[in-house]
Design a protein around this ligand. Structure first.
Ligand SMILES: Cc1cc2nc3c(=O)[nH]c(=O)nc-3n(C[C@H](O)[C@H](O)[C@H](O)COP(=O)(O)OP(=O)(O)OC[C@H]3O[C@@H](n4cnc5c(N)ncnc54)[C@H](O)[C@@H]3O)c2cc1C
Length: 413
């Protein structure tokens, strides 16, 4: 099929969107005390309500995939259109003007798992899953972290043992976002404990409904349960569901993590809440308080600076390169800015933040403030990001690492 021009593609996309979704109403002016006062980091829904939203998200993906907009840059063999990234960005920009169901349930599956299957999966696995994932027929999750292996991912102990044409997986994963609504997961398991820890790992695609998989919700301090512990008891996986070569799982994991940084990046941290915060300051008559004004100005400046830095990473993506330490800087700046915003709101609201008096726009903030620390850990903790920036941007000596014989580690024992 010949490639449409960008203009032809945009008018085709606009016609699809006009026919299948409604345009967003012009942003309503924010008025203090009106509408919902909900401000949150994680969507805190009950699981049955969440499943309804996932179903709506999948229905929208199906519609757009069938119309040729679900896998714009992907290979034609999996239903893609093999068009350049500029076409995807053009579509995203048009779609953002329409009211469509939240697509957040696909962040991990399409942002991280699908690119890894494309890069490392067998032909059978790619044929089985790529089209289904982009069509929203199935959702994927990431089964990496364990109770004893997070930043030090290579220390994981979930094992996979070969049994003929199958592998038998036993162990436990933790913090698995969206495991409860996912049909498949990308798992990294230890296949050779006699090798150095980075070398004895292998990646697999696992069926989340297979016998021996047990998913238990984890309740976080905000009250919701967005994450899970996942237990594997002798779960059988076919060898054609292996990702990459046996004992090459570390490279498979790196593919996923590179895509994770790219999927998480963006935004300067907290920008979406500025109008609400400024109106709060005015509401409490603090808009001429010099300390309050100074703090608020600092928050807005930090957000702008982070936004400009993110632009460098986005430009690299646009030019077909994989961003490196820019993504770590973006993540670090974004989470720091969220913490700054939370501290500022705490300063303005004081006790209203912890005692629910029923007053609009006060106690509701604790959902965001209690959720923010999770952002400092997810996708690489602040300290790990600082190590990357220290080593790769500032050229500092390499972190001693958990296994090194550095005198600092000897002291920690
Ligand atoms: C919101 C959220 C969503 C998540 N979703 C998923 C998911 O879908 N799938 C998944 O597999 N995992 C997920 N995770 C888990 C996440 O990847 C881990 O929490 C993260 O890698 C940190 O690991 P850990 O919790 O074991 O902490 P640890 O690695 O034990 O770290 C503990 C502390 O030590 C510090 N530290 C560790 N190493 C160093 C070092 N070398 N130098 C300096 N300080 C260090 C850390 O910064 C941290 O403060 C999620 C986590 C969160 C918070």
């Amino acid at each position: 099929m010949s490639q449409p021009t960008l203009e032809q593609f945009q008018s085709e996309a606009l016609a699809f969107l006009e026919a299948n979704a409604s345009r967003k109403e012009a942003e309503k002016k924010f008025v203090w005390g009106e509408g919902s006062d909900k401000v949150a980091m994680f969507e805190e829904k009950e699981r049955d309500k969440e499943q309804i939203d996932v179903d709506l998200a999948c229905a929208w993906r199906r519609k757009k995939f069938d119309a040729g907009f679900g896998y714009i840059t992907g290979p034609e063999s999996y239903g893609g259109r093999a068009l350049p990234g500029a076409y995807q960005r053009a579509y995203d920009s048009l779609e953002s003007k329409f009211d469509i169901p939240s697509q957040s349930c696909f962040t991990i599956g399409l942002g991280m798992v699908a690119p890894t299957i494309l890069a490392h999966g067998s032909d059978t696995a790619r044929d089985l899953y790529m089209r289904k994932m982009y069509r929203g027929d199935i959702v994927g999750c990431q089964l990496f972290s364990e109770p004893g292996a997070g930043s030090d991912l290579a220390g994981l102990t979930t094992k996979a043992e070969r049994d003929g044409d199958e592998w038998v997986i036993t162990g436990q994963k933790v913090w698995t976002s969206g495991a409860h609504y996912s049909q498949i997961g990308e798992i990294i398991a230890r296949t050779d404990p006699s090798l150095p820890k980075h070398k004895g790992l292998t990646g697999f695609i696992v069926d989340m409904n297979a016998p021996g998989v047990e998913i238990r919700p984890l309740r976080q301090m905000t009250g919701g349960a967005s994450f899970n512990e996942v237990f594997f008891t002798e779960v059988r996986v076919r060898d054609d569901h292996r990702l990459g070569d046996v004992n090459n799982g570390w490279n498979v994991a790196l593919t996923t993590l590179m895509n994770e940084r790219a999927a998480i990046g963006g935004g300067g941290g907290g920008g979406g809440f500025f109008t609400r915060v400024i109106e709060m300051v005015k509401h409490y008559g603090l808009d001429s308080d010099p300390v309050v004004r100074d703090e608020l100005a600092k928050i807005i400046i930090h957000n702008k600076v982070a936004g400009y830095n993110n632009q460098r990473a986005l430009d690299k993506i646009k030019s077909g390169q994989m961003p490196g330490p820019e993504m770590s800087m973006a993540k670090l700046a974004g989470t720091n800015n969220m913490i700054r915003l939370g501290n500022f709101v705490s300063m303005v609201l004081g006790p209203k933040l912890v005692a629910d008096s029923g007053e609009w726009g006060t106690y509701a903030w604790n959902q965001l403030i209690l959720g923010t620390p999770g952002g400092r850990i997810a996708g690489g903790s602040d300290e790990v990001m600082r190590n990357i920036v220290g080593e790769r941007v500032l050229g500092l000596p390499k972190d001693a690492g958990i296994d090194s014989k550095s005198p600092f580690n000897e002291l920690k024992k």
